[in-house]
Write a new protein. Structure first.
Length: 511
């Protein structure tokens, strides 16, 4: 009789316990020779027997189904073949048809179409014990996960930007990867601006040298960047089976930055409107003041014009406004965002003073928190010594130990709140000032898509009334425009009579 040999492991531990595939194959070949069987084929694979889809096992079934003569299936033991009764139905059907003879080497059990009830019961009992083992493993895993969640511990590999480590007490933990964490933060910052896609964020961090933290580091992919930007672990929460739990590790970003990124992603994921290939600067940005319908562009004799769709039939006659006229109104606003040099100097000095104050506060607070953490280290060490010497009972030791460790975790969180706060603030102010001084110049020298991005960054709620463009600038640009037009810089200069520019302008002229 021809035979099929099946060897399987599902875990690394099984390989170490003498159940490795080579060991199973060796014993199966010796068994086949002893029984006088002929080896038709061998199957060896790493595959869990509890998966809903066992693709490699199904290949064995397909071969049994295709054979026209009785064939022997030889396996080490019952749990190498199956750990549930779902396979029993199919295998037993082949057995009853006389197509299959199952040989379990360790159990010394052979099942064919003449097998008695006692042998079949032994098979069922073997499957039941194997299934019981799986269920016990599942219960242990669930208890372990529940305990880790309670202790604010992550139960898997550290996400990129973090590293798995062992603390001073020999316990597994997760620490910041100082090499990669700055890149992770940069990814969130770039995407939060709304001016970058997943692809451009990937290009930016790849140029800086970011790679995965596997044994053989590889370049990141767009899907990896997307998962990073969706992962709440970076601000202090871990997602387990769809639910969020606080973890006790140092965050790389704050939640507000994470939320901003999710808002940007939600906006990008909306189904985009498919436009013709011809680019229009204000396409999809403007609505009609009178009827709230869209202002749409069209090309007429080489010139771009905009007009209301008049979907609600409000206008007796359709008015066409050249794109150039609308663009000139925008440029007038952008040019008027430029602040006088004295104001820029005043703001820069104020930011520097504030940054210095924050730095002093940071140093004092950090010194205090570090001193408290070191004090807790000594208290924990004393506790451990007292427990080891049996001066303190376990009932007294455990609550105090947990109390001190919890406070240490809180200190790490507090230290992180100070980290890079002043730097982010200074960079944000610097970027805004730079944009204010060069907004008009940047717009004039940009390509179509870059112009649209700049408009989206500065403006909101464009509307058109006849040929007059109305708008609302985003904060803080709206304040700058208002002050520039009124020429009242007193609050910024600390002098009610200050007026660096005597030219009189009216805010209403900018709608």
């Amino acid at each position: 009789m021809k035979s099929i040999i099946l060897a399987r492991v599902s875990t690394e531990e099984q390989k170490k316990e003498g159940q490795s595939i080579p060991a199973q194959l060796r014993r199966a070949r010796d068994y086949v020779q002893m029984k006088g069987l002929e080896i038709k084929s061998e199957y060896q694979f790493d595959e869990s027997s509890t998966k809903d889809k066992r693709k490699k096992f199904e290949k064995v079934i397909d071969e049994i189904r295709a054979t026209k003569e009785q064939i022997a299936l030889v396996v080490e033991c019952v749990d190498r073949l199956q750990r549930s009764f779902k396979e029993s139905v199919l295998l037993d059907e082949f057995r009853k048809q006389g197509k299959l003879e199952i040989h379990f080497i360790r159990e010394n059990l052979v099942l064919n179409d003449t097998a008695n009830s006692a042998d079949l019961l032994r098979w069922d009992m073997g499957v039941m014990f194997a299934r019981s083992y799986v269920l016990q493993l599942s219960d242990n895993v669930k208890r372990s996960i529940t305990e880790k969640i309670k202790n604010k511990e992550w139960c898997g590999p550290a996400p990129i930007g973090y590293l798995n480590a062992v603390n001073a007490f020999g316990k597994k933990t997760i620490i910041i990867d100082e090499k990669r964490a700055p890149f992770i933060r940069q990814m969130f910052v770039l995407y939060a601006t709304g001016q970058h896609s997943i692809k451009t964020v990937l290009e930016a961090v790849s140029k800086l040298g970011l790679k995965s933290h596997s044994k053989a580091p590889k370049p990141l992919t767009t899907s990896m960047v997307d998962r990073i930007l969706r992962n709440p672990f970076y601000y202090g929460e871990m997602r387990i089976k769809g639910k969020l739990y606080n973890h006790g590790y140092k965050p790389i970003i704050d939640k507000s930055l994470f939320d901003t990124v999710q808002q940007v992603k939600a906006g990008r994921n909306k189904s985009p409107v498919k436009y013709a290939s011809k680019p229009f600067l204000f396409r999809g940005m403007i609505k009609c003041v009178e009827c709230d319908c869209a202002i749409t562009p069209e090309l007429q004799k080489g010139t771009n014009y905009y007009s209301c769709t008049n979907h609600k039939k409000v206008h007796p006659k359709r008015l066409y406004v050249p794109e150039e006229e609308i663009e000139q109104q925008v440029l007038a606003v952008l040019d008027n965002l430029k602040l006088p040099d004295s104001i820029v100097a005043k703001i820069t000095n104020s930011v520097r003073d504030l940054t210095n104050y924050e730095a002093d506060f940071y140093k004092l607070e950090t010194k205090r928190l570090i001193a408290e953490r070191e004090s807790l280290d000594k208290m924990i060490s004393n506790l451990i010594d007292m427990r080891a010497q049996e001066v303190m009972t376990d009932e007294l030791f455990q609550p105090k130990f947990k109390e001190y460790k919890k406070r240490q975790e809180e200190i790490l969180v507090e230290l992180n709140k100070h980290d890079k706060g002043d730097e982010d603030y200074y960079l944000t102010v610097s970027a805004v000032l730079s944009l204010l001084q060069r907004a008009g110049k940047i717009f004039r020298g940009s390509e179509m898509e870059e112009k649209r991005q700049l408009l989206a960054y500065l403006f909101q709620n464009f509307t058109l009334q006849n040929k007059s463009l109305q708008f609302k600038l985003k904060t803080p640009f709206d304040t700058v425009l208002s002050v520039n037009i009124s020429k009242d810089y007193s609050q910024w200069l600390g002098d009610r009579d200050s007026n660096p520019n005597s030219q009189d302008q009216n805010l209403e002229s900018y709608h």
